[in-house]
Design a protein around this ligand. Structure first.
Ligand SMILES: Cc1cc2nc3c(=O)[nH]c(=O)nc-3n(C[C@H](O)[C@H](O)[C@H](O)COP(=O)(O)OP(=O)(O)OC[C@H]3O[C@@H](n4cnc5c(N)ncnc54)[C@H](O)[C@@H]3O)c2cc1C
Length: 614
């Protein structure tokens, strides 16, 4: 902008400047570690609108009408059934939620699409087919397709006339996805790319009409992406994989033998495939945090139904403290995951809106907005999938011997949950990504972690002057601020100790990433509680305060244990070791809470409602 020119309406540069001024100042990805948020900054599930509730209800009704009565047929992979169900959900508009209006979609917010993911997440194998089609199947074309490609394919993907899949993984390229061997070579007449190679573990592969296939052109070192129609010549689909869970979800290997793909089906630019793959995965990871919620809530309801019915020693097992403990923990993990997932979904909506207001085209704004929260995407995938693993495992335990029987619903829930820790990037890969991306982002965006770490270290050496407020929220905020300090302190220390070799210290990276995710979850839970109180008043808050109290209590322990493991791994000098450990202890110490009674109250509420209703 030329200094002195302030023609905000007519001068292009000045109008861009005006847009920048108008853009809302929002918390960027990863910034929660160094900044505080207010309840007014976050979105909580209790704020969903009537229209959003209707979409959620349509998802529930769909599952009740078409999925639950057919669970065995789905798991037996009855010919044509899954595709038919996807198309049925398409008739109700459920495949078009994230699709832009100009391609016959509903162009709903990220929060709304998350809500649909959550509700559909209770649909076992169907939810996997649905997520794959609406997410990794459709969105590569929505975000990266050119106008012609979008016009040709998206309206049919939005109705279910076409179903879709995403083909990245190969037998020797799983976590290391960029090492794939599938090749594309331009035909002599320059009209086609000739694809040769093999893809593995492809969800919806047994029936998908359209696939995004990642391959390297000639001797490129990076991937490109192609839109491949099932009907193209030279594609062989293997038989369905026999799996431990999500048995109804189609998973196949696909072989490309001189498969001719028209040149106009190159998606994005040559060499852009890995970026497309990663950006789509960020979205998939956050969404997975939502789908596990649907599965978790359904499993908790089944758990409490059984606990209320089953009698031993002359009373219902729900009356035993051991069972109450399990039920309460199931609820706490779900409520906190929900707080975190909707918080980040709203941040994404705000980031997208900001980008649009600064002149970024809608499609690019969406993908860039999601990519800004790559750190949160990675840890919410881990946090949510591990929460669900815990919940289904305890559900089996609550059912006792019946939990081990295929006659009960928790058998399917248990088997189906396991995949969530593996796909969309394994939890190991995502844990490493959390720390790696945090460090890279901190350097790029000028919040040098080492500087924070040093200043925290210095402040810890000074005498304690701060007293803990007796106000509930101020007290909890104080603890969370300390959790952030503990995390930043160790993040800075390990970065400095290991420098470039930090990537080889995976155990330590895991410790730090566990600390980071606990911080976000604890803060999200507290902000949800505070906002809820602002909306509903104090009367109904006791049970939610119990949830937050127990979670923060547990988070403090996880932070301490993870931090201690990290310190024990890198701090050689005895004095330095003891100093760091004592700071960590101080920063993760919270006031005592009667967690047994708090858990009992949470469980008692669940038991009285006989359903997840928090
Ligand atoms: C049911 C199912 C559906 C799927 N759907 C699709 C789909 O639709 N499209 C698609 O493209 N893919 C799909 N996948 C593939 C899935 O994304 C991969 O399985 C996953 O990314 C892991 O790759 P891998 O199986 O090769 O495991 P590997 O990469 O071989 O990993 C094996 C183990 O080693 C660990 N590991 C690997 N590298 C490292 C490292 N650098 N540091 C530390 N630990 C490491 C992993 O965490 C894991 O524990 C699906 C998989 C399954 C099982």
């Amino acid at each position: 902008m030329i200094i002195g020119c302030l023609n905000l309406e007519r001068c292009y540069l000045c109008s861009q400047f005006k847009n920048l001024l108008m853009a809302k100042d929002i918390l960027k990805g990863g910034e929660f570690l160094i900044k505080e948020s207010e309840p007014s900054d976050v979105f909580i599930p209790e704020e969903i609108s009537e229209e959003q509730k209707m979409i959620a209800q349509t998802c529930s009704d769909f599952l009740e009408a078409y999925v639950y009565p057919n669970l065995d047929r789905i798991d037996n992979q009855e010919e044509g059934l899954m595709k038919h169900l996807l198309q049925k959900s398409g008739e109700l508009g459920l495949l078009a939620i994230s699709v832009p209006a100009e391609y016959e979609g509903f162009e709903q917010s990220f929060v709304t699409s998350m809500l649909a993911s959550e509700y559909m997440g209770a649909g076992y194998s169907f939810s996997v087919a649905y997520s794959a089609h609406t997410g990794i199947g459709t969105l590569p074309i929505v975000y990266y397709g050119n106008e012609q490609q979008k016009q040709k394919y998206i309206p049919s993907l939005a109705t279910g006339a076409l179903t879709s899949a995403y083909c990245l993984t190969e037998p020797n390229a799983g976590s290391d996805a960029n090492s794939g061997k599938t090749r594309a070579v331009l035909s002599e007449d320059g009209k086609h790319y000739i694809l040769n190679g093999q893809k593995m573990w492809i969800t919806n592969g047994g029936f998908a009409d359209l696939m995004t296939v990642f391959a390297k052109i000639d001797n490129d070192r990076v991937l490109s992406a192609f839109i491949v129609e099932r009907a193209f010549p030279g594609i062989i689909f293997n038989a369905e994989e026999k799996k431990m869970g999500i048995k109804g979800s189609s998973t196949v290997q696909i072989f490309f033998n001189d498969c001719k793909v028209p040149v106009e089906n190159l998606l994005g630019n040559r060499g852009e495939g890995f970026r497309i793959a990663l950006n789509i995965l960020h979205m998939g990871r956050i969404k997975l945090g939502g789908t596990v919620l649907g599965a978790a809530k359904r499993t908790i309801t089944q758990s409490v139904n059984y606990a209320n019915e089953r009698k031993q020693f002359g009373k219902s097992i729900a009356e035993f403290g051991a069972i109450k403990h399990k039920l309460a923990e199931q609820v706490i993990k779900t409520w906190v995951t929900e707080a975190s997932v909707y918080r980040v979904s709203h941040s994404i909506d705000e980031a997208i809106q900001n980008l649009i207001e600064t002149g970024v085209p809608k499609g690019k704004a969406s993908i860039d907005g999601i990519a800004q929260y790559a750190i949160e995407a990675a840890f919410l995938k881990v946090f949510g999938s591990e929460a669900l693993s815990f919940i289904v495992d305890e559900a089996v335990q609550i059912f006792g011997g019946m939990g081990f029987s295929s006659e009960t619903p928790v058998d399917r829930a248990y088997r189906d949950a396991r995949i969530n820790r593996i796909f969309e990037g394994t939890n190991e890969i995502n844990r490493m990504l959390v720390v790696d991306t945090t460090i890279k982002k901190s350097l790029k965006e000028g919040f040098d972690v080492s500087r924070y770490s040093k200043s925290i270290l210095k402040s810890m050496e000074e005498p304690v002057t701060e007293s803990i407020s007796t106000n509930y929220y101020e007290e909890k905020k104080f603890f969370i601020k300390n959790f952030k300090k503990a995390t930043l302190l160790l993040l800075g220390e390990v970065s400095e100790t290991y420098q470039r070799s930090l990537t080889n210290e995976q155990e330590v990276l895991f410790n730090i990433s566990d600390m980071i995710m606990q911080v976000y979850a604890a803060e999200s839970a507290l902000l949800r509680l505070q906002k809820l109180e602002n909306i509903k008043g104090t009367d109904e808050m006791a049970i939610y305060k119990d949830i937050v109290d127990v979670f923060i209590y547990e988070a403090a322990d996880i932070l301490y244990k993870s931090g201690k493991d990290a310190i024990n791994s890198f701090a050689g000098d005895k004095n330095y070791f003891e100093k760091l450990l004592s700071y960590l202890e101080r920063l993760t110490t919270i006031k005592p809470v009667n967690i047994k009674e708090a858990r009992r109250r949470i469980a008692n509420y669940l038991i009285s409602e006989n359903k997840y209703k928090f």
